[in-house]
Ligand binder design. Structure first.
Ligand SMILES: Cc1cc2nc3c(=O)[nH]c(=O)nc-3n(C[C@H](O)[C@H](O)[C@H](O)COP(=O)(O)O)c2cc1C
Ligand code: SF4
Ligand code: SF4
Length: 256
């Protein structure tokens, strides 16, 4: 089984890794690395996709992955989405995208995880992060058991929540802002040009000479702002002094 993940700040990677620990003969593959390689062959007929939710939807990079990947031989498909609020439009969107490729997902899940969206969300304390991760662990155990046994089990977006989300047009706003998302980043005087944001951006969208520069191909994963060792990166005027988040059970070295 091949487990594909996209993860800015470790939550989705953590879920992918935990599933891989429980499912025999599974391997974990980064979606940005797969997209960057130009590869389209999946190389397995059983796959899991693990991804965060962005604005109640799938991240653009994951949509591109689903559209590009050759999935015609897939016999078991599971999609696991991590989110601060595990609801919205993303599971319905996943089903639509898969049906366009002639596939019906066997299992679909949300896992509630700590938020990394420091631009607007209320960031959690360490104690609350521990509680959320403990609850997530229990859910991941159940998901891993469904996947190990190749069972069917599909969660759905709640009808009422989807309606509210659509009515609020957050998604339309997001689609408008996405192409220039990284114009909101800036770096402050505490930047020491260490280069780690350049090294760690999963899409090679940052270059550091004396300061980081963003190149306009950002996928909004928020890894750079959450992991800068000097908290030197800001987004607009809402992030100064806010807590940063990176999954405490993952090390950056494992992430791609
Ligand atoms: C650009 C962006 C948009 C987000 N939008 C949502 C959202 O609509 N609903 C939600 O519950 N969480 C949202 N989040 C929070 C993430 O989905 C959540 O923290 C996720 O577990 C992060 O996964 P990762 O650590 O693997 O990147 C958003 C995060 C980002 C970066
Ligand atoms: S990670 Fe932070 S300190 Fe290092 S170069 Fe990037 S912005 Fe500067
Ligand atoms: S520039 Fe920052 S937010 Fe954008 S893809 Fe790279 S690490 Fe993620």
């Amino acid at each position: 089984m091949r487990i594909f993940y996209f993860s800015g700040t470790g939550n989705s990677f953590y879920v992918a890794k935990r599933i891989a620990d429980d499912v025999a003969s599974s391997e974990v593959t980064s979606i940005p690395a797969f997209l960057g390689s130009g590869e389209t062959t999946i190389g397995d007929n059983e796959i899991v996709i693990v991804s965060p939710v962005y604005f109640y939807s799938l991240p653009h990079a994951v949509v591109r992955f689903i559209e590009a990947a050759r999935l015609e031989d897939v016999r078991y498909l599971s999609v696991v989405l991590t989110a601060e609020f595990p609801n919205g439009l993303a599971l319905g969107q996943t089903v639509k995208l898969m049906r366009a490729k002639g596939l019906e997902p066997n299992s679909l899940f949300y896992v509630k995880m700590p938020t990394n969206y420091l631009i607007k969300s209320k960031m959690l304390t360490d104690a609350t992060i521990d509680d959320v991760l403990a609850a997530a662990d229990r859910k991941i155990d159940r998901i891993a058991s469904v996947i190990s046994d190749r069972r069917s089990s599909r969660e759905r977006d709640s009808w009422a929540y989807s309606l509210i989300t659509r009515a609020a047009s957050y998604q339309a706003q997001w689609e408008r802002n996405f192409p220039r998302f990284d114009s909101g980043f800036s770096s402050g005087d505490s930047c020491n040009a260490c280069g780690s944001c350049e090294r760690d951006c999963p899409f090679g969208n940052i270059t550091v000479d004396d300061r980081p520069r963003w190149s306009g191909h950002c996928e909004a994963c928020l890894r750079c702002i959450n992991t800068c060792p000097k908290d030197a990166i800001q987004y607009g005027d809402s992030t100064e002094g806010r807590r940063r988040y990176f999954n405490p059970r993952v090390s950056m070295k494992e992430l791609k």
